[in-house]
Design a protein around this ligand. Structure first.
Ligand code: R1P
Length: 275
């Protein structure tokens, strides 16, 4: 067994010792969106620093623990806090938990994030169902020797964001009367926010929202054969021609404000999704 595969299995074994719950749905909670994990019933909380080979969260608004339990009647594992490339982790390290989730039994991943809205019809506080992404990070978590037990050498990305899950999310949003947008997530490395020229470029390339996460995780999830749903919380407008200065505090504050709608939508989706 390769060292990396062994590490993934060691993390899996440690987590399985902490709880009898075998999760089918994985959640990655973005900046300011970690509160969703507080809704998990009979929750077992496992700090990242106790899990063998797990990275640790260094960004404000990312608590740094796995929360395992029941949400809307389904077994879930939530990452309350994620890892970002700009924290200094390699993309391979960033996606380590995705593979651990796969071996825990997860078949569906819901990746969430805070993102800047590049589509002028968006508003801060909007929720966007991700239909596709642009990998603008200049890297890829799958570079290096492929481990066949994790997935194929050349993973297909034609349905990186499962079209059925997109449809389901839209249907649930309509039923719950939660306004949602749809669009393409442009993933950059960060940690700088973008310049006006960069934002104009990304919009011209087809991006609807921009952020510094999600893309590596979604690549790994597709590699691992998981179905993916992505949801962005639009925390600010990232329109090159009329860009205002931005701080991470603002991002987290707006994400916090969307809390009730975000929680309702995700819980509604989990209730209806077939695993
Ligand atoms: C910037 O404010 C941070 O918020 C977003 C960006 O990617 C960046 O990390 O965080 P998440 O993508 O983790 O939600």
């Amino acid at each position: 067994m390769t060292n990396r595969l062994q590490q993934i299995h060691e993390a899996q074994a440690y987590i399985e010792k902490q709880t009898a719950v075998r999760p089918e749905i994985g959640l990655i909670l973005g900046s300011g969106l970690g509160v969703l994990a507080d809704e998990i019933e009979d929750a077992v909380k496992i700090p990242y620093e106790t899990i063998p080979h797990f990275p640790v969260s260094t960004v404000e608004g990312h608590a740094g623990q796995l929360v395992i339990g029941k949400l809307s009647g389904k077994n879930v594992v939530a990452m309350q806090g994620r890892f970002h490339y700009y924290e200094g982790y390699t993309q391979q390290e960033v996606v380590f938990p995705v593979y651990v989730m796969k071996f825990l039994g997860v078949t569906t991943l819901i990746a969430t994030n805070a993102a800047g809205g590049m589509n002028p019809s968006f508003e801060p506080g909007d929720l966007m169902i991700i239909t596709d992404h642009l990998n603008m990070t200049g890297d890829n978590p799958l570079i290096g020797p492929n481990i066949p037990e994790l997935g194929p050498r050349f993973p297909d990305m034609s349905r990186a964001y499962d079209p059925e899950l997109v449809q389901l999310a839209e249907k649930v949003a309509e039923r719950l009367d939660v306004r949602v947008q749809k669009g393409v997530y442009a993933g950059v490395s960060g940690p700088t926010y973008l310049t006006p020229a960069e934002l104009i470029m990304l919009r011209n390339l087809g991006g609807s929202a921009v952020g510094m996460s999600t893309v590596p995780e979604v690549i790994a999830a597709n590699h691992a054969g998981l179905r993916v749903l992505g949801i962005s919380c639009i925390t600010d407008m990232a329109i090159g021609e009329e860009l205002e200065p931005l701080t991470h505090e603002q991002v987290v504050e707006v994400a916090n404000r969307t809390r009730p709608r975000f929680i309702r939508l995700v819980k509604g989706i989990i209730e209806e999704v077939t695993v």
